[in-house]
Design a protein around this ligand. Structure first.
Ligand code: NAD
Length: 469
């Protein structure tokens, strides 16, 4: 546990971006106790005070936009145009949840009281206490904030255990709130799996984003501790291309959705399912992928930068080798230099092959051909994941038929699988998600518990005997 947590720039691994001693797991309970004391004060703050703090954090995010985007580029290799968009979204998330401090916190229902006893029956949402947030590296500012902002807005304290690969970005998120919150209300706790487990054990509510394997462990640990949990995990997302789809526009959209940010988004397109003759789309896709600007993520035109670590690079190498050995055909030149991995398009792969079924989390996608829309739906659903599916075409009936049939939490018609609306519920089906949705107003529900209050007028005084005579 004493080894330092370090993040290194993937485009230049000699560049150590941040370094920190991990928080030892045995200290987490004390830090949670400190957060609990701060939370009692934060609850009393009221909506105006909480909203003001979140609004100032949003203003700081905007004032620091260039530096934060540059840090995202440096620490996780995200192409700068996307890094800027992430910072813009982060500020908007803070604004959105600042305003949500004034949202209704319950419902009024008809009470079942005796006619002579007027009263109210209402629900009231209350903060859960300490929110334990465990986050991945790929949206190093937006994901911590889309969890922390609603948790804070609803009156909770936050223990954030960020990914070791995105430590500097998490510290930048923490600094947005300097001087705005009671001491200890929001704590960034660097560490690995053990620190993450300790955060889950100490929390009153747990929100996790990351891989399916870790998410399953987190969900079990939280259930054992008896606290509510949401886990957002991986995907093996499909794009269904119907015969009347616009070839060039769809190919460009899919190339970007599969390979942008080196395929390191949970919503990236991994499987391209073509209904009918796959040849024209395959040709258009190969050209669209070849046209993607790859290289230094700090360059404004680049859309495909490096992968995050040597392990991630090796995962792509191994997947290509396994796909080839399993009869798959590689349609792009491929190869890698340092952590820059050239995008890989495959076809002729058996849909049961592990590369077709499991997330490689790199710039790799596979084309499948099917004869009918119904066969496309069956293929889309034949994996354990169900995060997002896109459908491309013109015939509204067919688009709706496919959209209705696929088992995924997000459906995007004539839009890329990538792209998230922070004001709408977000999450997947099957192994992609566990527990309630996050983002939008769903997050306000998740970070609160609802209690039901019956408030009756005191019983009427007994009527004096002479009056009743
Ligand atoms: P990861 O699962 O390796 O790590 C996520 C976080 O969990 C990190 O902070 C890590 O330190 C921590 N962790 C690891 N083991 C743990 C344990 N046993 N107990 C508690 N915490 C533990 O994921 P990653 O590599 O950082 O991120 C990539 C994955 O995240 C991909 O699978 C991707 O699809 C997924 N992802 C999903 C979404 C979504 O919203 N569905 C969004 C982004 C990324």
């Amino acid at each position: 546990m004493s080894e330092l947590i370090q993040s290194r720039s993937p485009q230049n691994p000699d560049d150590v971006v941040a370094e920190h001693a991990p928080v030892p797991p045995h200290r987490v309970a004390d830090l949670a106790a400190r957060a609990r004391v701060a939370q009692a004060a934060w609850r009393r703050e009221g909506p105006a005070g909480r909203a003001a703090a979140l609004r100032v954090a949003a203003e700081r995010m905007r004032a620091r936009a260039d530096a934060t985007a540059a840090l995202i580029v440096r620490e996780v290799g995200k192409p700068v145009a996307e890094a800027r968009a992430e910072v813009g979204r982060a500020a908007a998330i803070l604004d959105y949840y600042a305003q949500s401090c004034f949202a209704a916190t319950g419902d009024l229902l008809p009470p079942s009281l005796p006619a002579e006893q007027p009263g109210l029956l209402y629900t009231e949402r209350r903060p859960r206490g300490v929110a334990g947030l465990v986050t991945p590296w790929n949206f190093p500012v937006a994901i911590p904030l889309w969890k922390a902002a609603p948790a804070l807005a609803t009156g909770n304290a936050v223990l954030l255990k960020p990914s070791p690969e995105a430590l500097a970005c998490a510290e930048a998120v923490g600094r947005l709130f300097d001087g705005l919150l009671p001491d200890g209300l929001l704590q960034v706790l660097p560490g690995g799996a053990e620190t993450g487990q300790a955060v889950i054990d100490a929390a009153d509510v747990v929100s996790f984003t990351g891989s399916a394997a870790v998410g399953a462990e987190v969900a079990v640990a939280a259930a054992r501790a008896g606290v509510p949990v949401q886990a957002e995990m991986g995907g093996q997302n499909a794009a269904v291309v119907l015969p009347d789809a616009d070839l060039a526009a769809t190919a460009a959209m899919l190339a970007a959705a599969a390979m942008g940010y080196a395929g390191q988004k949970c919503t990236a397109t991994r499987r391209i399912v073509v209904v009918g003759d796959p040849a024209p789309l395959t040709e258009a896709l190969v050209a669209a992928v070849a046209a993607l600007p790859c290289g230094d993520p700090a360059r404004a035109d680049v859309t495909v930068g490096p992968v995050i670590t040597p392990v991630a690079r090796d995962r792509v190498r191994d997947a290509v080798e396994a796909a080839r050995a399993g009869g798959g055909r590689v349609l792009t030149p491929g190869g890698d230099t340092g952590l820059f991995v050239a995008p890989v398009l495959l076809d002729r792969l058996d849909p049961n092959h592990p590369v077709a079924r499991e997330e490689t989390f790199g710039p790799l996608a596979t084309i499948f051909a099917v004869p009918t829309p119904a066969a496309a739906v069956a293929l889309v659903n034949d994996v354990r994941y169900g995060l997002v599916t896109s459908v491309h075409g013109r015939d509204i009936g067919l688009l709706l038929e496919v959209a209705r049939g696929v088992d995924s939490g997000l459906i995007r018609v004539n839009a890329p699988t990538t792209g998230v609306d922070f004001h709408a519920p977000f999450g997947g089906e099957k192994a992609s998600s566990h527990g309630p949705r996050e983002q939008g107003t769903a997050a306000l529900d998740f970070y609160t518990s609802t209690r039901t209050v019956t408030l009756a007028a005191p019983p009427p005084p007994p009527v004096p005997a002479e009056e009743s005579a």
